[in-house]
Design a protein around this ligand. Sequence first.
Ligand code: ZN
Ligand code: ZN
Length: 377
Amino acid sequence: MPVSQIDFPEIKLGVTFDCPCGRTHRVPTRRILFGDSLNELLSSIPDDEIPSGDILIVSGPKTRLIAGEGVAEHFHKRGRRTVVLEVERADLATVSKVERAASACSLAVAVGGGNAIDACKYSAHRLGIPFISIPTTISHDGVASPVASISLGSKRTSLMTAPPILVAITEPLIKHSPKRLIASGCADILAKSTSLRDWLLGHIVKDEHICRATFGLVASALLEIRRFIEDGGGDFILLSSAAVRCGLAMTLIGSSRPCSGAEHLFSHYIDGVGEGIGLHGEQVGMGAVLMAMRYEEFDILPPRGVELTGAEIRNYLAKAGAPTSINDIQVSKETAIRALLECKEIRPERYTILHHAPLTHRGAANLLRKAGMLSDE
Ligand SMILES: [Zn+2]
Ligand SMILES: [Zn+2]
């Protein structure tokens, strides 16, 4: 497969433009490359798009060997000095380590999964240098987004940064990454079916700003992920494009709003408690089933393109290989109920179905039961 550039007709990459929504959107991401050879992808980047100076490469322990060293070698051959750094977490200590290593660098390149990308993204933002995202898996929608998930003590916090100037996705790397991570990525994108509905609810009830182009971009990511799952999960350009669309949407709006509603608050609450073994995407996927069913209890009709029912989201999760019961991720019924009752306090300003229609303890238990989340009952 030759190197292909993923373009989105509705969004202009690398420019600032006035949108019919009334806002001026800026998209610093200039290129989204997709292909089956990392070296070919990197070779297709013109020299003048790579800032002069040393290049920092941030990788995980495994991904360093799989791809990080190869990226360093590529830049050496282009006559550039590189600093390769291995990271295992995305916490403040790691960010400080990355910043020290990058002090003389003019570009940061993240080669790895979630932690390497998050740590590199946030450090590059603090240093004021551009960064390139080279994901080795797609376990969530962060590969092209301006949001970094950083651990502050025991809490994981989403911080706004700058998005990557370039994203290079190598199909064999994604294809051979652990199936659980890919299923989690599918679940995070399926969860847009409720995050979009919450955004629209905020617009209708609270007169919050909404952008039709951005809404459409995320709705089309949802269609792409449904096709990816329906086709048996073999067309990785669909998964990649869907994840990138979500990242671009967050860049356009300057926040995670289009991609993160009550289903994300549900997951953040579980993270805060520190219970269970669920990945981000796994938790928000289950959150989306619950929130879609909560919408159904109120007969609030979904907008076109986002009309998945809770039962349908659940079926897609199962087909993607993602867990559909809190027992699968070792979260107790009591914690899940508390999450449904209390997670809206994490972000009171972000209007969601749980702010609109708060649950009682009994209502939360019924919702979990209806969603088939309590597999031991
Ligand atoms: Zn997410
Ligand atoms: Zn707009």
